[in-house]
Design a protein around this ligand. Structure first.
Ligand SMILES: [Zn+2]
Length: 327
């Protein structure tokens, strides 16, 4: 008699970020059934980190219906490469070098594990559950501490031959411009990330002696600058206007190459709303190739940031071949 095959309806999604690691059991429709987290920096050694993460995942699976319903694991982590399964030289993480994260986790969990970088997972989350639902050709831009991006073409993520495609934040937008964290100068990220926006704010305050609420705040954030825009603070409005202008120019170049149906903006910064988006759209339409002018939708993501990363990781989990020691 043939063995009854159980249909596995869930996967585990893991989001490893600098401070927190979040892991969840998620069903095929994107419902988060259970979610837990711990401090990433509690484990400065990668072996101890992976051991603890896998113990916690196993424990969560056993407490919530067991292995019968969990198919595989997807991991969203910085500088991780879907093609190699490795975390490769992640600049801001405590673990250095090339770490075979997927293989280390698979050996401990006995489940197939796929890893992907943030931009890749964010894109998958938007495609399955967010603003890009039903779209085949689109770009996802994450604006926060850095500027990440992913390219989807004919319904699939374009990863590039080594898995590093989408480093849009490190395209030069101002020759010999601001110093970027990547070691080069004038990258888009140096103008449009959190750090870039705050540098623009500082430059504006130095350029003039106009009064501004920004002058009174010791540690400024883009969110505070946005709140000052609401109060009509001129230098705050100008900070986002300049940011939007540069971002719109960069996106116009990107769209002129790829002709996407939409560009979806995610991360913390798009919450600045119209103060950023209106100058960005104006600059975009001004600089984009005329045949695609007014045809590209510029959308802000409606998914919550933390939720979107584990959801994206869960989509990645469905893309990896099921693993078993016994077949
Ligand atoms: Zn750079």
């Amino acid at each position: 008699m043939e063995a009854i095959k159980h249909t596995k309806t869930c996967v585990v999604g893991v989001d490893i970020s600098m401070e927190t690691t979040t892991y969840a059991i998620i069903d095929i429709r994107g419902n988060i059934l259970v979610q837990e987290s711990f401090g990433t920096l509690d484990y400065p050694q990668i072996d101890a980190y992976v051991a603890s993460l896998c113990d916690r995942i196993t424990d969560m699976i056993l407490r919530n219906g067991g292995y019968e319903k969990v198919r595989s694991v997807g991991v969203c982590s910085p500088s991780s490469n879907f093609l190699t399964g490795c975390m490769e030289n992640a600049a801001n993480m405590p673990w250095k070098g090339v770490i075979p994260l997927a293989a280390m986790m698979r050996d401990r969990l006995g489940l197939a594990v796929a890893v992907g970088n943030n931009a890749h997972c964010v894109g998958l989350g938007e495609q399955s559950f967010g603003s890009a639902r039903g779209m085949k050709n689109f770009l996802v831009i994450t604006l926060g501490y850095g500027l990440g991006s992913s390219v989807f073409s004919n319904g699939k993520a374009h990863l590039g031959c080594d898995g590093f495609s989408g480093e849009f934040g490190h395209c030069c937008i101002v020759p010999d411009g601001r110093q970027c964290t990547c070691g080069r100068k004038g990258c888009l990220e140096a103008y449009c990330s959190t750090r870039g926006i705050l540098q623009t704010a500082r430059e504006l305050m130095e350029e003039s002696d106009k009064p501004s609420r920004m002058r009174l705040v010791e540690s400024l954030t883009p969110k505070i600058v946005a709140s000052f825009c609401e109060l009509g603070d001129e230098l705050s409005i100008e900070t986002f206007r300049r940011t939007g202008e540069v971002l719109g120019l960069g996106l116009a170049n990107y769209a002129s190459v790829l002709n996407p149906e939409a560009i979806i903006l995610t991360g913390g910064i798009p919450h600045a709303g119209r103060w950023l988006l209106e100058p960005m759209e104006k600059s975009f339409e001004q600089h984009v190739f005329p045949n695609i002018r007014r045809k590209t939708k510029l959308l802000a993501s409606f998914l919550e940031n933390e939720m979107r990363d584990v959801l994206g990781a869960s989509v990645l989990a469905w893309k990896v071949k099921e693993y078993s020691l016994f077949t």
